[in-house]
Design a protein around this ligand. Structure first.
Ligand code: ZN
Length: 238
C-alpha cells in the first residue's frame, strides 16, 4: 500500500485531469491540422480547374470555327459579286445560264454558311457563359479555401497555446509531487487510466464495480493510504 498525504493524493488526481485535457486538446489539434474541409475544397478546386481548361479549349475551337465560316462567307460574297459582274457581260444565253446556275449554287452555299454561323454564335454564347460560370465557382472556392486555411491556422494557434498552458500547469504539479509517487503514476499512465475515484461502488477509471469486501476495506484505510482499484490498478482517490 502506498502512503501519500491527502495533498499529494489531490495533486495526483489533478495531474491525471491535466494529462487527460492535454491528450484531448492534442487530438483536437491534430484534427485542426488535418482539416477535412480544406482537403475537400482543394480537390473541388482542382476539379473546377480541369473543367475550366476543357471549357476554354472548347471556346477556342468554336472561335476558330467561326473565323473559318466568316472567311468562307466573305469568299462566297466575292464570287457572287464577280458572277454578277460576269452576268452583265455575257454574250450568249448559254453563258448566262451557266453564270446564273453558278450564282444559285453560290447563294445556297452562302445561306448554308450563314446557318452554320448562327449555330456557332449560339454555341459560342453558351461556351462563354460556361467559362464565366466555372470561373465564378473557382473564385468562390478559392475564397472559401483561404478562409478555411485561416480558420485552421487560427484554431491550431489557439490549441497549441492551450496545450502549452496546460503543460505548464502540469509541470507545476509534477514539481510538487513526490518523485516515487510520480514514477508510479507514470507507470500506471502507460498502461491505462492512472487515477480513478469512487462512483458509488464503481471505479471511475475502469467503470467496474469494486466488490463489497474490498470496497469496505478500502474505505476503512487511514487517510494517507493510497489504495488501487482491484480491477484496473488505478489509484483510487477517496
Ligand atoms: Zn478500476
Amino acid at each position: 500500500m502506498i502512503t501519500a498525504s491527502k495533498k499529494q493524493q489531490t495533486l495526483v488526481l489533478r495531474l491525471s485531469e491535466f494529462d487527460f485535457q492535454i491528450k484531448r486538446t492534442s487530438l483536437t489539434l491534430k484534427g485542426a491540422e488535418q482539416n477535412a474541409s480544406v482537403e475537400a475544397l482543394r480537390s473541388e478546386s482542382l476539379e473546377q480547374s480541369e473543367k475550366l481548361l476543357e471549357a476554354n479549349s472548347n471556346l477556342e475551337r468554336l472561335q476558330d470555327d467561326l473565323k473559318k465560316v466568316l472567311a468562307d462567307i466573305e469568299m462566297a460574297d466575292t464570287r457572287i459579286q464577280q458572277d454578277q459582274g460576269k452576268a452583265k457581260a455575257v454574250s450568249s444565253e448559254r453563258e448566262l445560264k451557266a453564270v446564273e446556275s453558278e450564282l444559285v449554287s453560290l447563294q445556297n452555299r452562302k445561306s448554308m454558311l450563314e446557318d452554320t454561323e448562327l449555330s456557332l454564335l449560339e454555341q459560342l454564347e453558351a461556351a462563354e457563359k460556361l467559362v464565366s460560370d466555372i470561373s465564378q465557382v473557382r473564385a468562390a472556392l478559392s475564397i472559401r479555401l483561404e478562409q478555411e486555411l485561416a480558420k485552421s491556422a487560427g484554431e491550431s494557434k489557439s490549441l497549441t497555446a492551450a496545450i502549452s498552458e496546460l503543460s505548464q500547469k502540469r509541470d507545476a504539479i509534477v514539481a510538487e509531487l513526490e518523485p516515487a509517487l510520480f514514477a508510479t503514476y507514470q507507470h500506471k499512465a502507460q498502461r491505462g487510466v492512472p487515477v480513478g475515484q469512487t462512483l458509488g461502488r464503481d471505479c471511475s477509471a475502469c467503470r467496474l464495480a469494486i466488490n463489497g469486501v474490498e470496497f469496505d476495506a478500502m474505505m476503512a484505510l487511514p487517510e494517507d493510504s493510497l489504495p488501487t482499484c482491484p480491477n484496473c490498478d488505478a489509484f483510487i482517490i477517496r
